[in-house]
Ligand binder design. Structure first.
Ligand SMILES: [Zn+2]
Length: 284
């Protein structure tokens, strides 16, 4: 056998060993490498600013000043010193602080808090600014014309939106007397929706809910609670004492509403979040 004949054999064996080593390496890589995973976030939250539209609850928190309503109470029922655990009990009317009015609040035959369809708690957000008018007139109402003007500037209110009315009343939040603004006759004075504007938003724009930064989706002077009735009659909810409306754009964001799930409840304390897309860096 000449060395000339051995050369192809050596090359072939070498090639075989190389391919085998490569394939074993590949298998090892497959075993060692993490599998392609579906466990990542469905929504990339780093792309959004999350704004908390909820006030913290405490004994000073404003509530509807009706008969039998009372302030928020937090009582310690166990302590680290005595029980090895810190635990407290809460007591509050459903309609205190940042809260939801369930459809059964003003209309019979409508769902109580735990029966509101969860898909109505997620929707496009709209903020209508009434703060300039409210500064001059505490009894001002959002008119149908105000809604038209908003749509002229920002486009049509999206179908199924959650519409929040920004009156600027949040600046009185820590002063309950100023916030409810009750006159000598007992009448409250704060701005809100007119029935016409609310009817348009519910009937013509199919809004999932109406919210406001005051005590009520009806104005303080209301005696008939027309907005509550028409919102609840349509099976929709209200959101009251909503915080930080001055931090939101007029549109182009989403809202998440997370009310306490109280069986047979007429509403309840609610955490509300705005999901606002972060501004893209300016193009180079
Ligand atoms: Zn309420």
């Amino acid at each position: 056998m000449s060395t000339q004949n051995q050369t192809p054999l050596v090359v072939m064996v070498g090639l075989f060993l190389a391919v085998t080593a490569f394939l074993i390496g590949q298998r090892l890589d497959d075993v060692m490498a993490p599998a392609e995973s579906d466990a990542g976030p469905v929504i990339d939250w780093s792309q959004y600013d999350l704004v908390d539209l909820t006030y913290a609850f405490n004994s000073q928190t404003p509530y509807w000043p009706g008969e039998n309503y009372k302030p928020f109470e937090l009582t310690t029922i166990a302590t680290l010193e005595d029980n090895g655990v810190l635990s407290k009990a809460i007591s509050l009317p459903e309609h205190l602080g940042t809260h939801l009015d369930a459809p059964n609040h003003f209309e019979s035959g409508q769902p109580s808090a735990e029966k509101i369809p969860v898909e109505t708690f997620f929707g496009p957000g709209v903020v209508i600014d009434l703060s300039l008018k409210a500064e001059v007139d505490p009894d001002v109402l959002l008119s149908r014309e105000d809604v038209d003007a908003w749509e002229k500037e920002h486009g049509r209110v999206p179908d199924g939106a959650i519409v929040l009315l920004h009156t600027g009343w949040g600046r009185f939040w820590t002063n309950y007397e100023r916030y409810k603004n009750q006159d000598a006759m007992g009448t409250l004075h704060f701005p809100s929706f007119s029935a016409e504007a609310a009817r348009f938003l519910i009937d013509e724009r199919n809004c999932k809910g109406l919210g406001i930064d005051t005590l009520s989706i009806d104005p303080g002077t209301s005696k008939d609670f027309a907005v509550h009735h028409l919102v609840n009659k349509a099976g929709r909810y209200g959101l009251e004492n909503v915080a930080q409306l001055d931090k939101l754009p007029a549109s182009g964001f989403d809202i998440i509403v997370a009310p306490m799930k109280i069986e047979n409840g007429t509403g309840g304390p609610t955490r509300i979040f705005a999901v606002v897309p972060k501004k893209l860096p300016p193009a180079q």
